[in-house]
Write a new protein. Sequence first.
Length: 125
Amino acid sequence: MNQIPTISEAEHQVMKIIWKDNPIMASDIINVLTKTTDWKPKTIKTLINRLLKKGAIGFEKSGREYNYYPLIEEADFVKTESRMFVKRLFGGSMKPMLVSMVENEDLTLEDIDELRKYIMEKKKG
């Protein structure tokens, strides 16, 4: 697993597109993001370049276009970000985080059953 770089929320939006469809040309990333944000193409190109410098994505040149692909897996990113979140907000302890989520979120019976299932699987090893 590559070292997971710190990625801003805006960079994360670019990464989601690249994870979903890669390799992908910059023009396609720009087309998606100009429809869902108020960002200009230059802003999106800046975000792509930041991700390149951070080692989150790589590219292959194809004619005049660059095809971008992820160098980090989405699951690894989510795992790292989740751990950082728990560490920052709950001192690294899962129990207070889970208690907070259960107390503050509207959970359906299905949600509770699913959580119970995951906890039981974890308990079994």
